[in-house]
Design a protein around this ligand. Structure first.
Ligand code: SF4
Length: 494
């Protein structure tokens, strides 16, 4: 655990990683209030371990922090697998200035790395066990007010202008094989009214009349499934409405849900009305595998009726003017040309049938630290696994929005096929103007093929929306060389 005066560092966005690129600092295009390091900081202070200060590399250049070597400890937060890359560069920057034994790295992205794996990427550093922090008394009831009070007004104004995170709940009963979240455990709830009240008071202090919040729940309506406590969710929604009215604020909320949970919850008109009244306007549905019963089983989703559940949920969403987001992971090892074609057909059908829906599709990353595939025998010690640990820049390739690449899809034919369907679906969503996910370019060695010529011609049309000067000159053999510029121009996935 970090102790003493501790600098908690939120690394830069993986595609604007100025520390890796040695480029001038540019403020992140969509910076968000980094709740995870603030949460850890509050727990550390509450229990007398450390006095903390946040350094947010989205808003500030770490190279300009003159006092950076003067802390007793450092905490680097790693949200997801691809964030290991910028965290590694922050670690290297610090380790050139302070003893690496003072540097602690924590967060969902790295917590399931073995100690040996961790030491290969962060030599001499400490892996902070989030469970040790989460196991401290009062961990779910933390109030972030004291940490937020340390932030500058200028930074707070920036965070308020962007979507912020509302700690709502954590944990999911299911155990999908590709999922690196906190799975196979009962949902537990944060102190939602306290967090929401803090966001509302901040908004009022800075004269902001509306705020957008992303709820942390993995499956927002899971309490509606058999054995759940729907009364708990009902009370939380009522509490959101009460705060919204008390502060006179326009609050926009979104969350993720399974289709079966959503349908179970929406049997109750009271829940539907409370959901709308609280300010929820959109939900992301995990549609992965819905096109093929074999694929859904391979993903261990426990959702054999997923396709009909999805259609029911989308019809209900349309009738109630909610926006359904189609979250789709495709290109797992069990996928074939036929299942990918079925996936393409289903996504197209959903988008064209439900004009309020939005597409968020992702080429699968079958092995990520923390999911159940990461420890399988065929992956541990494989060439791709070894390369990741030897060249941590390659963790960028595990980003959910990154095109299939030599780490995620070592077989070139499969890689090209997955990207053909990924680009084709994204192209359709762009044509319809309903796209919420963007395909970024992976790190790759010279000569490694990412896409073929027909795929490239469609990808150029997508990229022309964001980088009109770069798009015409893109070819399969020069795509990777333009990674940094392209990824900086492609919108951020949120
Ligand atoms: S993908 Fe969704 S339903 Fe599956 S384990 Fe993860 S959070 Fe739960």
């Amino acid at each position: 655990m970090p102790t003493g005066r501790t600098l908690m560092i939120h690394p830069p966005y993986v595609h604007d990683n100025y520390l890796a690129q040695g480029t001038p600092f540019v403020t992140d295009r969509q910076p968000f209030l980094p709740v995870a390091p603030l949460y850890a900081a509050e727990l550390l202070e509450l229990h007398g371990f450390a006095e903390t200060r946040l350094f947010d590399c989205q808003l500030h250049d770490l190279r300009d922090a003159s006092d950076v070597a003067g802390y007793d400890s450092y905490g680097i937060s790693v949200m997801g697998a691809q964030n290991i890359t910028p965290a590694y560069h922050v670690f290297r920057y610090l380790a050139e200035r302070v003893d690496s034994g003072r540097i602690h790295v924590g967060g969902q992205g790295i917590e399931k790395l073995s100690e040996e794996e961790f030491q290969r990427v962060f030599p001499g550093g400490h892996k902070t066990d989030r469970q040790a922090l989460a196991g401290l008394p009062g961990a779910m009831d933390v109030d972030l007010e004291r940490q937020v009070a340390k932030l500058s007004d200028a930074d707070l104004r920036v965070y308020l202008a962007n979507e912020m995170t509302l700690p709502f709940s954590q944990g999911c009963l299911f155990g999908c094989s590709f999922c690196g979240a906190q799975i196979q455990r009962r949902e537990s709830f944060f102190d939602v009214p306290t967090h929401l009240d803090l966001h509302c008071r901040l908004a009022k202090r800075f004269g902001v009349s509306s705020i957008d919040l992303y709820c942390t729940s993995l499956d927002f309506f899971q309490q509606a499934l058999p054995g759940g406590d729907i009364a708990r969710l009902t009370r939380l929604l009522e509490g959101v409405i009460e705060l919204r009215e008390r502060h006179g604020l326009d609050i926009g909320l979104r969350a993720l849900t399974r289709a079966d949970s959503y349908n179970a919850a929406m049997k109750s008109e009271q829940i539907r009305d409370l959901t709308a009244g609280a300010g929820f306007s959109r939900f992301g549905f995990g549609a992965d595998g819905a096109a093929s019963a074999d694929v859904v089983r391979a993903m261990r989703k426990h959702a054999d009726g997923l396709r009909s559940e999805l259609l029911r949920a989308f019809e209900h969403m349309e009738a109630n003017r909610f926006v359904p987001e189609i979250l789709y992971v495709f290109g797992i090892p069990e996928d074939t040309r036929d299942t990918l074609a079925e996936t393409r057909e289903l996504c197209g059908l959903l988008l064209e049938t439900f004009p309020n829906s939005e597409y968020r599709g992702f080429p699968a990353k079958n092995e990520i630290p923390g999911n159940s595939n990461w420890n399988r025998r065929g992956w541990q010690g494989s060439a791709a696994h070894t390369r990741l640990l030897d060249e941590p820049d390659l963790f960028l390739n595990l980003g959910f929005e990154t095109l299939a690449n030599e780490i995620s899809h070592p077989d070139p034919d499969k890689r090209l096929m997955v990207n053909r369907f990924a680009v084709d679906m994204s192209h359709l969503a762009h044509e319809l103007g309903r796209v919420g996910s963007y395909l970024t370019v992976p790190v790759a060695d010279e000569g490694v093929e990412i896409m073929d010529d027909p795929t490239m011609s469609r990808y150029r049309e997508i990229v022309a929306n964001y980088a009109p000067d770069l798009a015409p000159g893109l070819r399969p053999d020069n795509l990777v060389a333009q990674r940094t510029e392209l990824n900086s121009a492609i919108p951020k996935d949120t």
